[in-house]
Design a binder for this molecule. Structure first.
Ligand SMILES: C[S@@+](CC[C@H](N)C(=O)[O-])C[C@H]1O[C@@H](n2cnc3c(N)ncnc32)[C@H](O)[C@@H]1O
Length: 171
């Protein structure tokens, strides 16, 4: 898995921290090639993804996560890795995640932030459960991608930014 820092181990870490109930329904916002969706399904969750440009068969639907085609309170959990920032509208993405989550639903987010992430996430109606600075892993991942000449669709942000792992609950 190469679409985000830390690969599959990082996704597994988020799932463990989130402590989701067996069979929980999970939406991956910006799922890309669907590797996290596949992992979630293998772990016994009812997962699906959405992406502007899906690179997977039937696990990731085409669509804009800033306008999700799902009813309010549809999912127990939302996962998103390296996608809210590149959408250009982090508050809008958080609003949609909040809308489609059931009450007490869980957000598993890892992404770049230029500002402190807690106020941004809390302003969208979430309570922070875990916040971990993964900037070192992000820097290593991004330099590796540049070295290999790969483009992961995530423009290198200029200036002071950090990469965070966030687990939060809808309140
Ligand atoms: C850096 S890739 C990460 C993919 C995947 N989450 C992973 O970790 O491998 C960012 C993804 O976000 C998707 N994306 C960006 N803005 C989006 C939007 N508004 N709606 C749906 N997908 C979006 C892109 O198409 C791309 O697949």
């Amino acid at each position: 898995m190469n679409g985000h820092p830390g690969g599959e181990a990082h996704t597994r870490r988020m799932i463990t921290l989130a402590a989701l109930p067996n069979g929980a329904s999970v939406l991956d916002m910006g799922a890309g090639s669907g590797e996290a969706v596949d992992l979630l399904c293998r772990e016994g969750y009812n997962a699906r993804g959405i992406d502007l440009a899906p690179r997977s068969g039937d696990m990731v639907a085409p669509g804009d996560f800033l306008h999700l085609p799902y009813a309010d309170a549809s999912f127990n959990a939302v996962l998103s890795q390296c996608a809210f920032f590149v959408s250009g509208d982090v508050p809008g993405a958080l609003r949609e995640a909040h809308r489609v989550l059931k009450p007490d639903g869980t957000l598993m987010l890892s992404d770049v932030f230029f500002e402190a992430p807690a106020p941004v996430v809390e302003a969208a109606g979430f309570e922070l459960l875990h916040l971990k600075d993964m900037t070192d892993a992000w820097r290593e991942y991004y330099l590796g991608a540049l070295w290999r000449g790969e483009d992961h669709g995530c423009a290198l942000p200029r200036g002071k930014c950090k990469y965070w792992l966030i687990i939060a609950r809808k309140v």
